[in-house]
Design a protein around this ligand. Structure first.
Ligand SMILES: [Zn+2]
Length: 410
């Protein structure tokens, strides 16, 4: 367990915050610091074909140690951290044998991690937690995933009696700004399927995410002196608010959960002359997703009849539910499930209310469910990870490798 702690701390103390406003890959120079370190470490533990490309995508191979054919499988994690919160000078604190009470993260600023707000903490009574010092995020998202993958590969190398096929490892920059999969060379990776180690609570196993689109609505108005406006003024803000009111009022993020989809107004800026409103559209069900886009088009058409073509609508698909790509190869989920159960972990299978790099990779030809990495409260100062969860995730990786090899034995 100490080696997992040491490895994790050696990663989170390197600042790798990504930056959406940058157009380079990786988006920040500092991500190279950890990338180079990971390359050296993968070589040091005995991984083969360790490569890093000009965009800092890292790949490595653990060769098969069996004579029969086993599909090549992969494990993927990202080394950047969220732009939402500082990742500079992370000072991890270790809480041994957690007693289920408040954890004082920072005495000076009186920052407390409390089970009163974060009841998940109570799942980990008696375990070893790693927390922040209250001034940064921790970076368990997703350096816990990287720790687990490297530790599992090291374990397999040191235990040749465990039989496995070829395993590929992929570490990416810029996941937190939605670009982790963009420059991922699926062909070079050469795996038949993979798992992102990027979920939260122990047991999480996800192969469904939203279908997602973004919509921009621009309404043109006509400004006239209000005293002389009758029959002349067209107030674009009022037309926009009419449009918003025609959308189903209960289908918004703050009123939906589980598999319920929504329209979400994310930004609106207006004057009488012109109003621009941005929406995101989300639904797990593909047909319902298409219907949502149609509904928006119909509302815009109706308003254009009424207001002389004042409204323009631009809809762009963003990503799709990976379920469509995972279902035809459902054994990849079953292997992960079986691996967890054989380790005494209860799989928690639920649809993701968002997207993952795995969903993009799935549509790029690499079916890629998501497995827990163990952390909680991502992207902020209350982030923490139980070491036992990282240990279990490491064991899940080893077990998946083993089960895949035995499943394909004649
Ligand atoms: Zn992540």
């Amino acid at each position: 367990m100490q080696s997992i702690i040491d490895r994790f701390i050696s990663y989170v103390t390197v600042d790798t915050q990504s930056d959406a406003s940058s157009s380079t890959t990786p988006s920040t120079q500092k991500q190279w610091d950890l990338a180079h370190k990971l390359v050296a470490e993968l070589k040091a533990i005995g991984m083969q074909d360790v490569s890093i490309d000009e965009h800092a995508y890292i790949m490595a191979t653990l060769p098969s140690n069996v004579s029969h054919d086993v599909p090549t499988i992969g494990f993927v994690a990202h080394f950047d951290t969220s732009p939402d919160f500082s990742g500079t000078n992370v000072k991890p604190q270790i809480v041994q044998n957690y007693d289920g009470k408040d954890i004082l993260l920072n005495a000076e600023q009186n920052i407390v991690l409390s089970p009163d707000y974060f009841e998940d903490l109570l799942l980990y009574k008696g375990q070893t937690l790693i927390t922040t010092d209250g001034t940064t995020l921790l970076g368990a998202d997703d350096k816990a995933g990287i720790t687990e993958i490297v530790s599992a590969m090291e374990y397999l190398i040191n235990h040749p009696e465990i039989k496995h096929g070829t395993i590929r490892v992929g570490f990416t920059p810029d996941e937190e700004i939605g670009r982790g999969a963009h420059k991922f060379d699926v062909e070079k990776f050469g795996a038949q399927w993979a798992y992102t180690m990027d979920g939260s609570q122990i047991g999480e196993l996800e192969y469904e995410n939203f279908n997602a689109a973004g919509a921009v609505i621009t309404v043109k108005g006509r400004s006239v002196h209000p005293g002389y406006a009758k029959g002349k003024m067209v107030n674009s803000m009022r037309i926009t608010s009419e449009l918003i009111n025609k959308l189903p009022s209960k289908e918004v993020p703050e009123r939906t959960e589980g598999r319920e989809g929504f329209f979400h107004l994310t930004d609106i800026q207006g004057s009488i002359e012109e109003t621009r409103a941005q929406f995101i559209i989300r639904d797990h069900d593909r047909e319902a997703f298409e219907n949502r886009k149609e509904l928006l088009k119909k509302i815009v058409n109706d308003l254009n009849q009424q207001y002389n073509g004042a409204v323009t609508l631009e809809i762009k698909d963003q990503y799709f539910n990976m379920r469509e790509k995972v279902e035809p190869v459902f054994h990849i989920v079953e292997i992960a499930e079986q691996a967890m159960k054989s380790l005494g972990i209860t799989p928690i299978i639920k649809p993701i209310r968002g997207g993952t790099d795995g969903s993009q990779l799935s549509f790029m030809g690499l079916p890629c469910p998501n497995i827990f990495a163990g952390g909680h409260n991502f992207h902020g100062k209350y982030e923490y990870v139980p070491v036992e969860s990282m240990q279990k995730a490491t064991e899940v990786i080893v077990k998946i490798a083993e089960l895949t090899a035995s499943k394909y034995k004649q």
